[in-house]
Design a protein around this ligand. Structure first.
Ligand SMILES: Cc1ncc(COP(=O)(O)O)c(C=O)c1O
Length: 497
């Protein structure tokens, strides 16, 4: 059995899976107990016998796909993980097959060239000067730079290391100074606090920024925080702003925040893991107005850019700051050599690094910039329409008017009820939502990632929630209206739509 034959099996089964998912013909989520899966997938038998090809491969794949969470299902509304464009999925396969660990140029020239191109493309979208040809990197005026990492969490750590390196370049020799401060709003992604911890900073070194009722930074009050940091005898090495925030998807006012940072000579890091994708749209990029004044930006292509997991860019306005972020040497990798390209290894925590750029580039090349912008605009518009619809429903409220494609809403019931609603929908397999805590209350949370989700699913979702319980003024739990199964039981026919 050849690779080509097995690849045909995989392609046929994935095609079938995709059609089922998009039609909503299977539950969006199904979570059998793990022991049942280990047995059902015959993992021990396959591992012992080997030979998973042909019919064995088909059987395994069908069982495997049957217990996946179906991101292509229009009722997939949970997390900010891209519903991958098929071109990106094929790119992942090409990368897996060639396995060019391209952190050093000689281990993947084509992949390194794509990463170089993708970074420059993103730098231009931010409004920064792209890097010249790799062989002229050390010459000429300052320009931007970047690297692709395996995810936004690692990217935030990388950017903050670059920020600290600018203020205290001797850290790698002397260890982390005890008097540094990191400034960030409470709405920041947890990976920011985690990065600070990894960098040797305790929680007390993180200063929460003043925010408005919606959780956005209030630039006029930044002076108070800078003063407090100073009074505490600390040096601020970076300020983090969200574009957009994880829980409710709001953008901080970057222009004003950047001006305040410049006055204090503090590094501004923009966490655009989710929301930097709006930069591709001429209509939406105003949400990030002022981003070019930042020092670093993180941008996940595996969120709004429809690239498969993972592909994140760490971008810096001045490439030298990222080049100085790491100072370790490895004699088997770093030495004089014929260098017709560019080694990214100096800019990243990682040593072996996948050819991540292809995952995003393939999507970009399939859709074109305009196609990608259309997708982002559609998802943002859908969130706005869902907000208007849900806000008008008796017994429902939304946290804030969305700016991006994230919408938080809740019923009039308790926090526990919101979790119970999510659990019931998940156990039916009819809708898959996440939840988030915002302003001390638990909300149901939708990320509109799926290009096949429409207002039809949103109307069906609200109806199903009504049918679940008394808090919305609808039939009590356990007495669903005709045609609806009780919570926890799979619905007849098509779930979710
Ligand atoms: C604003 C923000 N930053 C960082 C991250 C972490 O990114 P990743 O999941 O790629 O590690 C997320 C993830 O949701 C995010 O929303």
């Amino acid at each position: 059995m050849s690779f080509a034959q097995d690849a045909r099996i995989v392609s046929r089964e994935l095609g079938r899976y995709y059609r089922q998912s998009v039609r909503g013909a299977r539950p969006v989520i199904r979570q059998p107990p793990i022991e049942e899966l280990v047995d059902g997938l015959e993992l021990r038998k396959l591992a012992t016998e080997g030979g998973m090809r042909g019919k064995k491969l088909t059987r395994f794949l069908r069982r495997y796909l049957d217990s996946t969470t179906r991101l292509h299902h229009p009722a997939y509304l949970a997390h900010q993980v891209a519903v991958p464009h098929p071109a990106g999925a094929l790119a992942s396969m090409i990368d897996g097959f060639t396995n060019n660990a391209m952190a050093i140029y000689e281990m993947g020239p084509a992949a390194a060239a794509i990463e170089f191109f993708v970074i420059n493309w993103m730098l231009e979208k931010v409004g920064w000067v792209p890097a010249p040809s790799p062989r002229q990197l050390a010459e000429g005026p300052a320009h931007g730079g970047g690297v692709l990492t395996h995810g936004g969490s690692l990217a935030n750590l990388t950017a903050l290391l670059a920020a600290r390196g600018r203020l205290v370049p001797e850290t790698w020799n002397d260890g982390a100074p005890a008097d540094l401060a990191l400034l960030a709003p409470a709405e920041s992604h947890y990976s920011v606090a985690r990065a600070a911890g990894i960098m040797g900073m305790g929680r007390r070194a993180i200063y929460e920024l003043p925010v408005d009722a919606a959780g956005r930074i209030v630039p006029d009050r930044l002076g108070e925080v800078f003063q407090r940091v100073k009074d505490d005898g600390r040096r601020p090495f970076a300020l983090v702003a969200n574009a957009c925030s994880t829980a409710v998807g709001l953008y901080d006012p970057l222009q004003e925040v950047a001006q305040a940072c410049r006055q204090q000579a503090v590094w501004l890091h923009v966490d655009g893991a989710h929301g930097a994708g709006a930069l591709v749209s001429p209509r939406l990029r105003g949400l990030l107005s002022g981003i070019a004044l930042a020092d670093s930006v993180v941008w996940d292509a595996h969120k709004l850019m429809r690239a498969p997991t993972l592909c994140t860019a760490v971008l810096v306005r001045d490439a030298r700051t990222l080049d100085a972020a790491f100072q370790q040497e490895a004699s088997y990798l770093f030495h004089d050599k014929e260098q017709p390209g560019f080694d990214f290894i100096h800019r990243t925590v990682e040593c072996t690094k996948a050819g991540l750029g292809l995952r995003f580039f393939a999507v970009l090349a399939a859709l074109g910039e305009r196609g990608l912008a259309d997708y982002v605009e559609r998802q943002f518009a859908l969130a706005a329409e869902a907000y208007r619809y849900i806000s008008a429903q008796p017994g429902f409220e939304c946290a804030v008017e969305p700016q991006a494609n994230i919408l938080c809403f809740r019923t009039a019931g308790s926090d526990a009820e919101q979790l119970a609603i999510r659990n019931a929908l998940i156990s039916r397999g009819s809708f898959y939502l996440s939840t988030a805590e915002w302003n001390g209350r638990r909300y149901l949370r939708i990320s509109f990632m799926n290009p096949s989700t429409t207002m039809r699913e949103i109307a069906a979702l609200i109806q199903q929630i009504r049918d679940l319980g008394p808090a919305t003024g609808q039939p009590p739990a356990g007495q669903p209206p005709a045609g609806q199964p009780p919570a926890g039981q799979p619905p007849a026919g098509q779930p979710g739509v």
